[in-house]
Write a protein that binds this ligand. Sequence first.
Ligand code: ASP
Length: 331
Amino acid sequence: MDNLDREKNILVIGTGGTIAGVGDKGKTLGYDSAQINVDNILSGVPYIEDLANVKPVELYNVDSSDMSIDKLVNMACYIEEMAARDDVDGFVITHGTDTLEETAYFLNLTVHTHKPIVLTGAMRPSTAISADGPFNLYQAVALARSSEAEGKGVLVVFADAIYGGRDVIKVNTFKTDAFNQKDMGSFGYMRDDKAYFYNHSVKKHTLSSEFRVSKDMKLPNVEVVNYYLGRSEDILKHASKISEGIVLGGAGCGGASEKWNKEIEKMLKSGKIVVRSSRISNGLVTHSSKAIFKKGVYSNSLTPQKSRILLMLALTKTKDIEKIQEVFNMY
Ligand code: ASP
């Protein structure tokens, strides 16, 4: 049961996105994201002060396509520092929806706390008729103050549903119900201010994660290269030159042409880590564990963009391909 006897202190961290967007009166198209600050966003959410003692902090104000790994590193450090304080009980992060899933997974792997961390955003700007931001934010704060959300890793609240940071993905370019967890469904629902959980992730996260970042730390560069029918392998060679690891957004079960496979084999022989993921959003990429030296690490069920995040962090620990495969099995 929730212990709501005591008022909870929730930090609402603004980073920009459509939830902070402003556009033509009432319209959902033709707006600029990241225009208003987090105090203004909060002042548009009636009754939010009935939920918790909400403290706004503006960390960034960008379209989420301008979020960067450097920004994520510093965001993770800030949250970790704040989580150690007794006067902070939970976190809500307002974020653009386009790359929200990458931020959610990064924080899931790098922030060590049992306190709830909940991301949300909006598909309609603050000036639209029926803007979805205020209700999403209301429910995100409600979830962040809930003791049921503790220890479940980084969560996402969107359109009345709760998702986990590892598996959440954006699945629609404009509808308000824009996220899901592919075959894994969701963690549960929000109904007004009450959370209903049914599932959780069995993968390592937050307190059990071995990955740590420090302020201004530079992570190894990892490039994602998508394969499509007939694509030249030059792009793969170029990506390899500018990165310390490669993620293949392969066809089907991480597949590519013979020419690409030969190139990948050469890279693996030279010690470069290549992770095979898929351009398909459901299912697994797996192969025999003996094949990793020829084919590469398999991404399990991670999308290419999430495989990139995990590989960047894994490369801070090891360059051993078998150990990196273990990481992909565990996280
Ligand atoms: N382009 C926006 C962003 O990701 C979209 C959104 O927030 O929905 O910042």
